[in-house]
Design a protein around this ligand. Structure first.
Ligand code: E4P
Length: 216
């Protein structure tokens, strides 16, 4: 499973890039708005740190507007994936952009039918928002495994990109469900490395090493 970072914060991206396991980055208008630079500047700077798919989201509501924005974003950098909402207009735009060879990420996906429609439009990535489903009492993990099953059964080319991840447990669930990608906030990614038994074991190993006679 590929690991993307779900942030537009350049410090977080630079730090995680050094960890050597980040395959791409997703952003959205809310994440970009927190950073205080221009959208294009942030996206291009992210492209300079991570050599992998970088999602940049359209903000128009009609297919024509999304297509125009998508074509422009795609010219900025070869790694840019145009993020489009799973609406009728968005799926129309995804179909056009995909047929032009522009990579897309259909976002705000909350049902298996939206997964099916995005796959039929040739979306590169399809992003079920599992945390937001869990927030309203639905089961995000079920949507991941159902989506993977549909993609595999009909041999669609789209990858399931698990989004709205809130905990390391959800990343593990995504991997067990066979998701192709999980996009993970920095804090959650950092916590995936942590286990108290690793810390305790390391402390004991180092204490035993220090207690050895120095000439051994
Ligand atoms: C990523 O593509 C999504 O925009 C992001 O994961 C949404 O996460 P949130 O539900 O925590 O805002």
């Amino acid at each position: 499973m590929k690991i993307f970072l779900d942030t537009a914060n350049l410090d977080e991206i630079r730090t995680a890039a050094r960890w050597g396991i980040v395959d791409g980055v997703t952003t959205n208008p809310s994440l970009i708005a927190k950073e205080g630079s221009s959208f294009k500047e942030i996206i291009l700077e992210i492209c300079s740190y991570i050599d992998g798919p970088i999602s940049a989201e359209t903000t128009k509501l009609d297919a024509e507007g999304m297509i125009e924005e998508g074509r422009e974003f795609a010219q900025w950098h070869a790694n840019i994936h145009v993020k489009i909402p799973a609406t009728i207009e968005g799926i129309k735009a995804a179909k056009v952009l995909s047929s032009e060879g522009i990579k897309t990420n259909v976002t705000l996906v909350f049902s298996l039918n939206q997964v099916l429609l995005a796959a039929k439009a040739g979306a590169t990535f399809i992003s079920p928002f599992v945390g937001r489903l869990d927030d309203v009492g639905e089961d995000g993990a079920t949507l991941i495994s159902d989506a993977v099953q549909v993609i595999e059964r009909y041999r669609f080319s789209s990858d399931i990109l698990v989004a709205s991840v809130r905990s390391p447990n959800m990343v593990a669930r995504a991997a067990l469900c066979g998701a192709h990608i999980a996009t993970i906030p920095f804090k959650v990614l950092e916590s995936m490395y942590q286990h108290p038994l690793t810390d305790a074991g390391l402390k004991k190993f180092l204490a035993d090493w220090q207690s050895m006679p120095k000439n051994q």
